[in-house]
Design a protein around this ligand. Structure first.
Ligand code: GLU
Length: 438
C-alpha cells in the first residue's frame, strides 16, 4: 500500500474559510473597521492583492489576569493584546482598562493604530491592549497588582522592538511606570522603550501628556482654515473630559473659542457664554466628574448632541455619533479625539449634510506621534526640550493633514477614506516589499 497521499482536487487555494471573528453580522467596532477598509479597496490599485492582510490581525493574545484583592479573595480579569500589523515596524498602541472592553474592540483599536501610524508616517505597525475591568472599583494596590500581572502575561509578545504600549482610556503615566518596571524585572534590564507615556523622570517625554489634545487642536486649526471658520469666535462642544478632551478644550479656549458644552460619563453641561474651563477642570478633578458643576446648565445626554456649535470634539469612546445622532447634529466640523466615535452610516449622513469630519486616525494621532519621539529619545538617551517636541508634532500633524486633504480632494472622498487610502497604500507597499515567508 502506498503511503503517498492523493492530491486533493478542485480546491481553490485562494479561498479561505473566514475565521469566526470575520462574521458579517459583527456590528461591533471590528465590523465598523472592516466596513471602513471595504470603502478603500477600490482605491488601492494593484496593492489590493494584499488587502486581505488588513482584515486579519497578525496576532491575538487573550490572557487571564488573576490577582489577590485587599480582602483576601482572588479575582480574575480578562485581558487582551492584539498586534494587528507589523509590516512597517513594531506593534504600537495603548492599553485600555474599561468594564466594557471586548476582543472585538481591542482588535479594531489595534487596526486603527496600524492605519493611524501609517497615516502620520511613524515607523510602527498597530497594536492595542485592554483589560475588562472598571478600575474605579480597585484600590491602588489592586490596580498595581493587576497591571503587573497583565504585563507579565503579555510579556511573551511585547518588547521595545516588538510591541510598545502607551496610555489609553483609564490608564496613565503611573500604570506605564508599573508596566515598564514589570517588563524590566522579567528581562533583567531596565527597558524604558517598552512603553511610552511614562513619567518624565522615568524616560518619558516632555509634551507627551498634552500631545493628543494638541494634535486635535492642530488639525482643528487647519480644517477651520479650509472652512473659513474663525476660531476666535467659534463655539466648541466636547464629549469627554479626560486627557484628550480637556487639553483640546483648553487650547481652543486659549485661541478665543467658547467651549459651550461638555459631556462626560456623569452628565452634560451647557453655558452659552463659554464654560470657565479652569473652574470646571478643578471641579472634575475633585469629584471625578463634571456633573454638579454649578456655573452651567445641566443637559440631558441627547440634549448635548443637539447643541449648536461650530466644532464638535468626541473625545470619549467608540460608537457615539450614530446615524440617529448624525441626523440631529448642529455643527460644522467634527474632530475625532476618540477612536472610532462615528459609525459608517453616520459618516454617510454627515457627508450628505456637509459636516466635515477629521477622522480619528489623523485627528488623535498626536499622542502616538509624541510616543514615537519618546521611544527615539529613550533609545538614544538624549532628551529634547518641550518646544522642540511641539514644533516637530505640529510639523508631522500638518503634513499628514495636508496629504490626506489632497487625496480627499483628488478622489472626491471623505477625509476618513482619504486617510485610509494614504495609510493602506503605505502598509501594503511594505507588505509587498517584504514578501511572504516562506
Ligand atoms: N492610546 C493612544 C491612541 O489611541 C496613544 C497610543 C500610543 O501612544 O501608542 O492613539
Amino acid at each position: 500500500m502506498s503511503l503517498a497521499l492523493e492530491p486533493v482536487a478542485h480546491i481553490d487555494r485562494t479561498q479561505h474559510n473566514p475565521p469566526p471573528y470575520l462574521k458579517a453580522d459583527d456590528l461591533g467596532p471590528w465590523g465598523q473597521y472592516l466596513e471602513q477598509v471595504d470603502r478603500v479597496l477600490p482605491h488601492l490599485g494593484r496593492l489590493s492583492r494584499w488587502a486581505e492582510t488588513l482584515k486579519r490581525p497578525k496576532r491575538i493574545l487573550t490572557v487571564d489576569v488573576p490577582i489577590e484583592l485587599d480582602n483576601g479573595q482572588v479575582a480574575h480579569f480578562e485581558g487582551y493584546r492584539v498586534q494587528h500589523n507589523v509590516s512597517r515596524g513594531p506593534g504600537k498602541g495603548g492599553v485600555r482598562f474599561h468594564q466594557e472592553v471586548t476582543l472585538s474592540e481591542v482588535m479594531a483599536l489595534a487596526a486603527w493604530m496600524s492605519i493611524k501610524n501609517a497615516a502620520v508616517n511613524v515607523p510602527y505597525g498597530g497594536a492595542k491592549g485592554g483589560i475588562r475591568v472598571d478600575p474605579r472599583t480597585l484600590s491602588r494596590g489592586e490596580l498595581e497588582r493587576m497591571t503587573r500581572r497583565y504585563t507579565s502575561e503579555i510579556g511573551i509578545i511585547i518588547g521595545p522592538n516588538q510591541d510598545i504600549s502607551a496610555p489609553d482610556v483609564n490608564t496613565n503615566e503611573q500604570i506605564m511606570a508599573w508596566m515598564m518596571d514589570t517588563y524590566s524585572m522579567n528581562v533583567g534590564a531596565t527597558t524604558t522603550g517598552v512603553v511610552t507615556g511614562k513619567p518624565v523622570d522615568l524616560g518619558g517625554s516632555l509634551g507627551r501628556r498634552e500631545a493628543t489634545g494638541r494634535g486635535v487642536y492642530t488639525v482643528g486649526q487647519l480644517a477651520a482654515q479650509h472652512l473659513g471658520l474663525d476660531l476666535s469666535s467659534a463655539r466648541v462642544a466636547v464629549q469627554g473630559m479626560g486627557n484628550v478632551g480637556a487639553v483640546a478644550a483648553r487650547l481652543f479656549a486659549q485661541a478665543g473659542a467658547r467651549v459651550v458644552a461638555v459631556q462626560d460619563h456623569s452628565g452634560s453641561l451647557y453655558h452659552e457664554a463659554g464654560l470657565d474651563l479652569q473652574a470646571l477642570l478643578a471641579h472634575s478633578a475633585r469629584h471625578g466628574a463634571v456633573a454638579g458643576f454649578e456655573q452651567a446648565q445641566a443637559l440631558s445626554t441627547e440634549g448635548f448632541w443637539e447643541i449648536e456649535s461650530d466644532i464638535l470634539i468626541p473625545a470619549a469612546l467608540e460608537h457615539q455619533i450614530t446615524a440617529e445622532r448624525a441626523l440631529r447634529l448642529r455643527t460644522r466640523l467634527i474632530l475625532e479625539g476618540a477612536n472610532g466615535p462615528t459609525t459608517p452610516s453616520a459618516d454617510d449622513i454627515l457627508a450628505d449634510r456637509n459636516i466635515l469630519v477629521v477622522p480619528d486616525v489623523i485627528a488623535n494621532a498626536g499622542g502616538v506621534t509624541v510616543s514615537y519621539f519618546e521611544w527615539v529619545q529613550d533609545f538614544s538617551s538624549f532628551f529634547w526640550d518641550e518646544a522642540e517636541i511641539n514644533r516637530r508634532l505640529v510639523r508631522v500633524m500638518s503634513e499628514a493633514f495636508q496629504a490626506v486633504w489632497e487625496v480627499a480632494r483628488e478622489r472626491q472622498v471623505s477625509l476618513r477614506t482619504a486617510a485610509f487610502i494614504v495609510a493602506c497604500r503605505r502598509i501594503l507597499h511594505t507588505r509587498e516589499l517584504r514578501g511572504l515567508y516562506p
